[in-house]
Design a protein around this ligand. Structure first.
Ligand code: CS2
Length: 503
């Protein structure tokens, strides 16, 4: 995604203007969309208009609209959960425009993104959302609903049909609660209307995110109507992808600085790093934008996508988790502070090099060592201010994805796994919601009700949760012993001393 040269103005701009279509031409030092936003059809409906979507897919589509004049591919944003009401309010007050603030160590640049041209909020009208997805102009439904939005049992790899949200959707309660409830309702409508299915494009951080979307949706559909399940299975498409761009939570200070330095009054800008990457399997059933023109690595070979996914999830996201839980317990606030601490830096570097790297595939032209060094640079970016609570939230969707598969493979290989195990132990300890000074803090996790009591009994019992951890882990004596040891050390010596011992 091309960007303007970084500018950090030394003098405040004379006036600030509220972000909306009319004011666009008046901003200085800000890249703005010059394409006609109105005539463009919304070929993409995207579920989950959080920071990541707005810094990633929406930014790539904005480039296509601005530079390549694509006509049928703007985005209709959708949020499903009531907690997203502030996003609805922010976008609707500024013609669905928002600013992407790109922060590098060398300076900051700002770009207004125009690719979201409509927005629907399911709690206002679930029917409007289903009708939009079922509309013939919709060719792709993409989603970032977080790892836990897939309701996958990490042990059996099946849909958690007994989860209250899925059970409610399967029973037809209205409005639907899950993405699958909406996808199914819209696809059933397309089936009845004689249309093709849309492509379901997951943009979540999961190994085989397309395959998981497919398997979960088909399981859901089979419970509803096997004929529709077969139709989706035979005619639908679920590309796998590796998505990457570190996107911290937007703070009030970010908004103030945007107004002060760039003159843009935006009620919800998004802050991100210059780096971005997207490797996408070329598997679409009803057309797609020419993503490659905007720099997306569109590849025909699913194995290539899987290799990139493995490298990214098990190095970047695993390192984030390893810095997040232990770093929080050790009293840090931001990722760059953790990685700039020599003990943590050594721990993360050695976890990547010694425990993860030997398990990774070799992609010609991609050096894992360079990849790790780039990661250390990205983590160290002091201007990003990526807060640990963002990294720590939803661990039940992260640890089983980012950490446990490497541990399971090291169990098989008889290889080193202590640093990875410390990361899992730190999460178990973190789940207790009590810090090392005995102060309570809030843990944000959809499974907290089930996990916290176990975490408070010393932590080890968290491993007994069958929907998260496989018998291969529970049944391995070496891993079990290492986990107990790490938990004990965290309890007795604290996170900092334990990381120093394990580094
Ligand atoms: C982070 C990711 O939430 C997390 O655990 O690791 O959000 C990470 O910032 C992105 O995957 C970067 O692409």
């Amino acid at each position: 995604v091309p960007r303007p040269a970084p500018i950090t103005p030394t003098r405040p701009q004379p006036k600030t203007l509220k972000l909306n279509s009319q004011n666009l031409s008046q901003y200085k030092n800000v890249t703005v969309p010059t394409y006609q936003r109105h005539g463009v059809k919304q070929g993409i409906v995207h579920i989950g208009v959080g920071g990541f979507h707005r810094a990633h897919l929406a930014a790539y589509v904005d480039t296509l609209l601005e530079q390549f004049n694509v006509q049928n591919w703007s985005i209709c944003g959708v949020d499903l959960q009531p907690f997203a009401a502030p996003m609805r309010d922010a976008l609707s007050s500024q013609d669905n425009l928002y600013t992407i603030i790109e922060r590098a160590a060398e300076g900051t640049s700002a770009r207004v993104c125009g690719s979201i041209t409509d927005y629907l909020f399911a709690p206002d009208s679930s029917e409007a959302v289903i009708a939009k997805m079922a509309h013939p102009d919709t060719h792709i439904v993409s989603m970032t609903v977080t790892e836990s939005g897939y309701y996958i049992n990490e042990n059996t790899h099946e849909l958690q049909t007994d989860h209250p949200d899925i059970a409610a959707d399967l029973a037809g309660q209205q409005p639907p609660r899950t993405a699958f409830g909406y996808l199914y309702a819209a696809l059933a409508r397309r089936h009845a209307a004689g249309l093709r299915p849309f492509t379901v494009m997951s943009c979540d951080n999961m190994q085989k995110n397309g395959d998981i979307s497919r398997n979960m949706l088909l399981a859901f559909a089979r419970h509803q109507n096997p004929e529709i399940a077969t139709w989706i299975s035979e005619n639908g498409a679920f590309p796998n992808s590796m998505v990457d761009r570190i996107t911290p939570r937007t703070s009030d200070e970010d908004k103030v600085n945007l107004a002060k330095n760039f003159g843009v009054e935006d009620s919800w800008p998004v802050v991100t790093e210059p780096f971005h990457q997207w490797v996408l399997e070329d598997k679409f059933v009803d057309g797609r934008p020419p993503f490659e023109k905007a720099g997306v690595q569109v590849v025909p070979d699913v194995h290539k996508v899987e290799e990139y996914e493995l490298i990214k999830l098990r190095l970047l996201n695993a390192s984030h988790s390893a810095m997040g839980y232990a770093g929080y317990l050790a009293g840090f606030t931001y990722i760059h502070e953790v990685i700039n601490n020599p003990i943590f830096r050594k721990y993360i570097f050695n976890m990547m090099q010694q425990e993860v790297k030997p398990l990774l595939p070799h992609i010609p032209g991609v050096s894992v060592d360079d990849y790790c060094n780039t990661l250390l640079g990205r983590f160290s970016n002091p201007t990003l201010k990526d807060e640990l609570p963002r990294i720590c939230l939803g661990g039940s969707g992260k640890i089983p994805q980012f950490i446990m598969p490497s541990i399971a493979e090291q169990i098989q290989a008889g290889g080193p796994l202590t640093r990875l195990t410390l990361c899992a132990a730190a999460w178990f300890r973190y789940l207790s919601g009590v810090d090392e000074q005995g102060r309570a803090f809030q843990v944000d996790d959809p499974m907290l009700g089930q996990l916290q009591p176990k975490a408070r009994e010393g932590g080890f019992e968290v491993l007994s949760v069958e929907s998260l951890f496989g018998d291969d882990l529970r049944g391995d004596a070496r891993f079990v012993a290492e986990l107990k040891k790490a938990l004990e050390s965290l309890e007795k010596e604290g996170a900092m001393a334990t990381v120093a011992k394990y580094a």
